[in-house]
Design a protein around this ligand. Structure first.
Ligand SMILES: O=C(O)C[C@@H](Cc1ccccc1)[C@H](O)SCc1ccccc1
Ligand SMILES: [Zn+2]
Length: 173
């Protein structure tokens, strides 16, 4: 399991680097990220959250009572987004214990490389659309709190800073 970086942290604000070749190392990273995501638990995870500045994300937006539907996306990009928007109460493993409504396009089309390096396109709506946009934000150094008012963002980041000082977010052994 990989330790998840908690905000505020400069490593979460960097723009991740595109992957040149989807090789065995990238495939191992994808598997390690999926394992870490399921253990959190979470429905998505971006490489910068575990300190790797590469454009790699994993997602599994399947409901609890459905079989797992893991997605491994390299160099994902939104190539189309609907005009109509939807609001969802988002969370983030790097912003523990805080949830707030974020408005995003309701449907997106995402182009990415799969773990074999093959270019794919994916149409998403519902929670999957939310999580894909949330994870791709991470690759550009954007957290969901960056979509909130500065008042809310500063309050959340101040509380997390205090929690980190108290050791509330240390990697549980
Ligand atoms: O930290 C992350 O990026 C993973 C988030 C993904 C997420 C983004 C937007 C809306 C919901 C989730 C974590 O999964 S937050 C924890 C969680 C787990 C299950 C369902 C909802 C939230
Ligand atoms: Zn997140």
């Amino acid at each position: 399991l990989l330790p998840i970086i908690v905000a505020p942290d400069p490593r979460l604000k960097v723009k991740a680097t595109p992957v040149e070749t989807v090789d065995a190392e990238v495939r191992t990273l994808l598997d390690d990220m999926l394992e870490t995501m399921y253990a959190a638990p979470g429905v998505g995870l971006a490489a910068p959250q575990i300190g790797v500045t590469r454009r790699v994300i994993v997602v599994d937006a399947a409901d609890r009572n459905e079989p797992p539907a893991p997605l491994k996306l390299v160099n994902p990009e939104v190539i189309w987004a609907s005009d109509d928007l939807s609001s969802y109460e988002e969370g983030c493993l790097s912003v523990p214990d805080h949830y707030d409504d974020v408005v995003r396009p309701a449907r997106v089309r995402v182009r990415y490389l799969d773990e074999t390096g093959t270019s794919k396109e994916l149409d998403a709506d519902g929670l999957l659309a939310v999580v894909l946009q949330h994870e791709i934000d991470h690759l550009n150094g954007t957290l969901f709190v960056d979509h909130l008012s500065s008042l809310k963002r500063n309050m959340i980041l101040r509380k997390l800073t205090k929690g980190k000082k108290n050791g509330d977010y240390e990697e549980k052994a």
